[in-house]
Design a protein around this ligand. Structure first.
Ligand SMILES: [Zn+2]
Length: 708
């Protein structure tokens, strides 16, 4: 791993077109927050930058549909993002927005710079135009079938299903999202970035980490799936990409450039430059110099993103930075994959999401519980899944039973035995170690063990392996718990008070260490632990460095005679009804049914082949006397007639069902219902509220056909 003087960390700019959900958090924000808080704890010069992405066609499109100004949309979400991030403890040094004046100027400076250097190709091309709406259709104004994965709802600039970057003319069966009409082609002029020209150095930089023989990063530090995605684009051949659009919302192409009228910068050109303008605004606010962070070779630029943004951060933005010439390239782009929710893809339009602002209302003061559950399942290398049940389990089994239990016992016993004063100890007094009941341990050797464990945690964070680092944290808590469990101070206190002092003292050192090392993952819990210990809150100014030095020197992080605070509970159990209420809030009824009625046990093909299901039509229907729910039906199977008694009378009248095409389980053993022999069973679909629907072949389909 290369050493750097300073770090600039960015999280993907959230797009101001919908609220934040847990998929966003687990993708680009929690990961960056862990990394940044950690680097602050080890005294690194690090700046954490983000902001709202407020341009692009999706915003104007929505404004047009709702009959409001784009500004109303971006203001709403900019405020909502800020609240959600702050609520969840995402500790940006600066959060800006791309509608700011400074950002417009910074983006225009980039465009001007590249234009003056002749880096753009100016090209006339034919682009899709909506004759009815009288405008060119950029990016999200156009949908069609993805040529790579056949997704029917791919956008003009990207397919969200397979992540491919697209141009509108690549779409199969294009359609205007304004009018639904098939668009026509019209001539227009734009400025293109010739990505094909940069292919060679991009490949060298990404796959070997070098640029003209200079080492910029080690490829083994990068995630395999990031390098893999880049390689597949490079292998597919890069195309010149238009950096401007015919839109009326966005950053103007600089006025002095001929032909600039009506042209705006492509949103994926201006959005990443938002990292730079946001850094400038931060520097202005703090009275610092922004330039070394972006332009000095001993600075590390790190982009935290989700996998759908890899192409923009690993190919297009680096190409822009290098074409400009003054800027460093990222040393890493640790993209995460996607987090699914309860067995289905998170979807804003289907309301299949856990919204951060709603979570913050429903679970007030429990931000760390969500942070913990999301980090534990972070999609670092492959897609992962959030379920409310796993959230509950993580809270009840790990945070409550392990961490909170350990801390509570230590604080309660210290208050009980020593009136809350950290006991002085005889270092030669042995006790049972955390790992085995037979091993005798001493205070100083236990501090070294703690040092080693923390060291491992740090190494994992440096490798962007946050799941493992979180596991390390919980293992340290487990070890503390084991010291109590194996020694049972409550049994020794009468006979061996000196041994108990050593045990309680080492446990207090564990709790003190945890108050520092839990900080990147659970900052709110860190504050609570400091209150319990009666220590100053962690300011993230090198406290982890200090802790490691102390442990290495055999110094106690928590000094004898220090007065700790009074006990209170760090975490509390989350009950079933709370979890059920959250599941009930989810919007997608299909997926909800899957939670309520999980897929049955697997059967083999032979089991299935035993069922004989046929198409049939209902020819007669009548109520069964004295039975509210039953209809007696006559069915035509084409080659024979059947009588079936079906429990659908509460849902359908006899008149409604006559003539219906149905599917019949034809080889079900006949049985007598209310004196009538029922010769088979009609298949029905049942929804979440118990409504029924026939499972029907297409109209006019012949009767008696096999369904298989
Ligand atoms: Zn696709």
């Amino acid at each position: 791993m290369r050493q750097f003087e300073r770090y600039l960390v960015t999280s993907a700019l959230p797009y101001a077109n919908g609220p934040l959900h847990i998929g966003h958090l687990s993708g680009a924000y929690l990961s960056a927050d862990i990394y940044v808080r950690f680097q602050r704890l080890v005294n690194k010069d690090i700046v954490f930058i983000c902001g709202s992405d407020e341009h692009g066609a999706a915003i104007t499109l929505r404004a047009a549909k709702e009959g409001i100004q784009p500004k109303a949309i971006i203001d709403k979400y900019h405020e909502s993002f800020q609240k959600s991030f702050e609520g969840m403890g995402i500790s940006f040094d600066h959060y800006d927005r791309t509608s700011s004046q400074l950002h417009h100027e910074t983006s225009q400076e980039f465009f001007r710079n590249l234009f003056n250097k002749g880096e753009f190709i100016e090209k006339e091309s034919e682009q899709y135009y909506d004759e009815e709406a009288k405008q060119f259709l950029a990016d999200r104004y156009i949908t069609g079938t993805c040529p790579k994965c056949a997704n029917e709802n791919a956008y003009g600039d990207q397919c969200e299903k397979c992540g491919s970057a697209l141009s509108p003319t690549e779409l199969i069966r294009p359609k205007s999202t304004l009018t639904g009409k098939e668009p026509t082609l019209r001539k227009t002029r734009h400025w293109y970035l010739p990505l094909d020209k940069y292919e060679e150095w991009l490949r060298e930089w990404i796959t070997e980490g070098t640029l003209y023989d200079k080492v910029l990063h080690y490829p083994e530090d990068w995630k395999n799936h990031v390098i893999g995605q880049c390689k597949s684009w490079l292998d597919g051949g890069l195309q010149p990409r238009s950096m401007t659009r015919d839109l009326d919302w966005g950053v103007d192409v600089p006025k002095e450039i001929p032909g600039s009228e009506g042209k705006k910068l492509y949103v994926w050109m201006d959005a990443p430059i938002g990292y730079i303008s946001s850094t400038k605004a931060w520097a202005e606010k703090k009275g610092k110099d922004w330039e070394p962070y972006w332009k000095s070779e001993d600075s590390a630029l790190i982009h935290f993103i989700g996998k759908d943004n890899i192409v923009f951060h690993c190919l297009i933005f680096p190409a822009i930075l290098k074409a400009h010439g003054d800027y460093v390239l990222p040393v890493n782009v640790p993209a995460n994959q996607f987090m699914n929710l309860e067995g289905d893809k998170i979807s804003t339009s289907k309301n299949w999401a856990v919204w951060v602002h709603e979570y913050l209302e429903d679970f007030e003061g429990r931000q760390d519980e969500l942070r913990y559950a999301l980090i534990k399942n972070m999609p670092e290398l492959k897609d992962s899944e959030f379920t409310w049940k796993s959230f509950q389990d993580a809270n009840n089994n790990e945070l409550v039973n392990n961490l909170a239990n350990f801390v509570n016992r230590v604080i309660v016993l210290t208050n009980k035995y020593y009136e809350g004063i950290v006991p002085e100890i005889d270092e030669d007094e042995g006790f049972t170690g955390p790992e085995s009941q037979s091993e005798v341990c001493y205070h100083d050797s236990e501090l070294i063990r703690l040092f080693d464990d923390i060291h491992e945690l740090c190494a994992n964070i440096r490798k962007y392996d946050f799941r493992s680092a979180l596991k390390n944290l919980m293992e340290i808590s487990t070890k503390g718990n084991q010291i109590l469990q194996f020694n049972e101070p409550w049994k020794l206190q009468k006979e061996q008070p000196e041994t108990v002092k050593v045990i309680m003292n080492i446990c207090l050192q564990y709790v003190t260490a945890i108050s520092v090392i839990c900080r990147p993952f659970m900052p709110f819990t860190s504050d609570k632990l400091r209150t319990l210990l009666n220590l100053d809150p962690i300011k993230e100014e090198g406290e982890l460095d200090d802790l490691l030095f102390q442990l290495a020197d055999g110094e106690h992080p928590l000094k004898a005679k220090h007065q700790i605070g009074k006990p209170f509970h760090l975490f509390s159990r989350i009950d079933d009804d709370v979890i059920e209420a959250q599941v009930a809030k989810l919007g997608n009824t299909g997926a909800k049914a899957a939670i309520k009625n999980p897929i049955k046990e697997t059967i083999n093909f032979d089991d299935f082949m035993k069922l004989d299901i046929r198409t049939a039509v209902i020819t007669e229907a009548e109520k069964v006397p004295k039975a509210d729910k039953l209809l007696k039906l006559a069915l035509d199977l084409g080659f024979e007639q059947r009588t079936v008694v079906s429990g659908i009378a509460a849902h359908f009248t006899p008149e409604e069902v006559v003539g219906k095409s149905v599917s019949l389980l034809a080889n079900l053993a006949p049985r007598k219902i209310r004196g009538v022999e029922s010769q088979g069973m009609i298949l029905m679909a049942e929804d979440d509220e118990g409504k029924l629907s026939f499972v029907s072949p297409e109209d006019g389909w012949p009767n008696g056909m096999i369904i298989k």
